[in-house]
Ligand binder design. Structure first.
Ligand SMILES: [Zn+2]
Length: 377
């Protein structure tokens, strides 16, 4: 707060009440009020100024009343009274004028500060873009939607029953080991099948879908999954999968091969070839790993005059797992294993994104570094 300005003016005591002496006193007073009014710059200064002159307790006008009017001899009182009333009126007017002039100056300076320069560049709001993992997931889902598959989703926190038991995992299967699976703590009192865990794959959605739909069905289930894995260039405790399931009468391994071969060509280009290797999953029988011909060396195993780093010179890259749905699984969802058959497959989305975009570290997808992400916008 600025220091309050003191007035240079004081109301004099009058010894002489002659007209000439009164004239001089009044002129001095009016000169003082006009001078002070000219110095007022803001509301605070104006209030100080007003109080100095008008305050009931000891303002200059009160002093004029005491020192001039009350002190005047009887015969001069009438004349002095008139002068004092005139002075009051003039002081009132000066103070009001000072307020008006101060307000109009203030509004001009407010206009100055609020002036809008329409030639300045505007605030650009950067547009968002799909994350490369989500983008890849949507691309894969689109391939299967075009084949007539619908999309199903399920919870990320699952029970042991949906994540393992109904998928034909034996009670002592090593995948339940807490070194592989993240279990919710303090559930030892619950029966095994009711214990909660972070789903380790999207396969539980297959069970949930078969529980609510009768064959024929064709679904893909994209989503986030969790494993108790340490973070390194190829592993992350969180990643994404897309699971597929088709159940109908007379579905054969040929349908599985044809579907996946078509999907891989859609995703990586029509020159890509596929091959199927025997594998094992608890919920499919028979099971297979699917490899695609290396998209970096065209399946030759070498490029740029040396062995291909991406396929370790083999010409093939392993990409997903699949198989015919194990008849035991149908038992959990009231399907008649004698009448229906089907296949299932599952793939890691980050793995596909790494291949498609030539990314060398899975962590880049999760670090949230805008410099990395901008490349995909
Ligand atoms: Zn290669």
């Amino acid at each position: 707060m600025p220091p309050k300005k003191k007035s240079a003016y004081t109301v004099p005591k009058l010894k002489d009440f002659s007209a000439a002496a009164l004239d001089e006193a009044v002129q001095n007073l009016l000169a003082a009020v006009v001078r002070e009014a000219g110095e007022v710059k803001n509301e605070l200064e104006w209030k100080t100024f007003r109080d100095r002159w008008m305050a009931r307790a000891n303002g200059f006008l009160t002093q004029v009343n005491t020192l001039w009017l009350k002190a005047a001899p009887k015969d001069a009182k009438r004349d002095v009274g008139q002068r004092v009333n005139e002075v009051k009126k003039r002081v009132d007017e000066t103070i009001a004028a000072a307020l008006a002039s101060m307000q109009s100056t203030a509004s001009t300076s407010q206009l100055d500060t609020e002036r809008v320069d329409i030639t300045l560049p505007g605030n650009r709001r950067p547009l968002g873009a799909e994350h490369p993992v989500i983008k890849t997931m949507n691309e894969v889902v689109r391939v299967f939607r075009n084949l007539g598959y619908s999309v199903e989703e399920g919870p990320e926190i699952e029970t042991d029953y949906y994540n393992f038991e109904a998928l034909n995992f034996s009670p002592n299967h090593p995948a339940r080991d807490t070194q592989d699976t993240l279990f919710i703590a303090n559930q030892e009192s619950k029966p095994l099948r009711e214990r909660l865990l972070l789903r380790t794959h999207t396969s539980p959605v297959q069970i949930r879908t078969m529980e609510k739909m009768k064959p024929p069905l064709r679904v893909v289930c994209p989503g986030k999954v969790h494993r108790n894995d340490a973070l390194d260039a190829t592993h992350s405790p969180i990643f994404h999968q897309i699971e597929g399931l088709a159940v109908d009468t007379n579905i054969t391994f040929c349908d599985l091969k044809g579907t996946l071969d078509h999907a891989m060509k859609e995703m990586f280009g029509s020159s890509v070839r596929t091959r199927f290797y025997p594998s094992f999953f608890p919920f499919t029988e028979p099971s297979a790993d699917v490899q695609i011909s290396c998209i970096f060396c065209g399946g030759r195993g070498y490029r740029d005059g040396g062995p291909c780093r991406n396929c370790k010179a083999s010409g093939w890259i392993e990409l997903l797992g699949c198989g015919m749905v194990d008849p035991n699984v149908y038992g959990f969802v009231d399907y008649d294993a004698k009448k229906v058959s089907g296949f299932a497959f599952g793939m890691g989305v980050e793995r596909i994104a790494i291949l498609k975009y030539g990314v060398d570290d899975i962590q880049l997808f999760f670090n949230g570094d805008v410099r990395f992400l901008q490349q995909f916008a």
